[in-house]
Design a protein around this ligand. Sequence first.
Ligand SMILES: [Mn+2]
Length: 377
Amino acid sequence: MRFLHTADWHIGKKLHGYDLLTEQRDAYRQIKAIVLDEQVDAVVIAGDLYDRALPNEDAVTALDEMLVDLNRTQKFPVLAISGNHDSGVRLGYGRQWFASTGFYLRTQVAEGLDSITLGDTQFFLLPYFEPFAVRQLFDDESIRTVAQAMERLVTAMRAKFAPDKKHVLVAHFFAAGSQHSDSETQVQVGGLNAVPVDLLRDFDYVALGHLHRKEALQHEPTIKYSGSPLKFSTSEAADTKGVWIVDTDTTPATVTFKPLKPLNDLVVLQSSFAELMDRDQDFPVTADDFIAVALTDTAPIPNVMQRLKTRFPKIIELQRVNPLDVALPELNTQQVQADPFALMTDFFKQTTKHDLTQQQTQWAQRALQAATKEDAQ
Ligand SMILES: [Mn+2]
């Protein structure tokens, strides 16, 4: 069995107000090309197909087109689960019909125990779940955490293992020891709801969704997050996004990464305002790329965003790399009253490493006069 593992499509997601459907459709085209090129036996999508429980019409249309193309037109079996961003009930609409064409969609935790066998591999498709659903399923009040729930679920799955088949788990949760990025909605506080990876060792491969970086879980050759097909936050700017091709014919399973090339990239530009505005400076970005600006300047710049956007139209973030060093000196009232202007100029120099300009000196003096007047009133 050779399959493609992807997850976290988040169809309908916006990046700081910018619609990503064009980029998402392009990522789908690339995934389809890999599916055809690698001649896989199935495509696994490990949750968060949509970005929200109530996706808008454009998002529903786009995902529908992708799945129809993959499953009906290209005739690839699709194995998918709902993630924490999906509404299980809405996404799961029609799933009994879809199964008739080899589109297996699981949105209820109980369905995770009904395995699907394709070729030599038995797939367990476990959607994102809350512990109470597993508490109800097993009628066991002692199940309080995701880890406890998962232990029960894996035991139940193991009882159903066909001994002559390979066993693959598709799931959507936070695996203990994984690293978060900024674009994930954290579904747990603390470590209470992390799933220990030792619970997952009996599977030949575990195809995970939820975390958006493929590097989120290190040192686990057969327990993997595919990551999202697109960069969804600046913390992922340096990542290479892609999908895994998994062969279960070998022991252990062979896992190969296939990169996706971003149509419009998310790039961090770290530079001074003057350099960024200089038309002779060549930055490796296109007008359609999403730009996170990391400004090295310390001085205030009027209308900075508006001006930067004349050069880089799609700025999604603006940050200062050198935030002012504002360690306040210990002062007493006497010192402040003695020479407030000297204090102010010292403080300015200390935090910005510059002297006040003539203009700034005027502004400062005027502000101090106004404040003194207010005090006197
Ligand atoms: Mn996600």
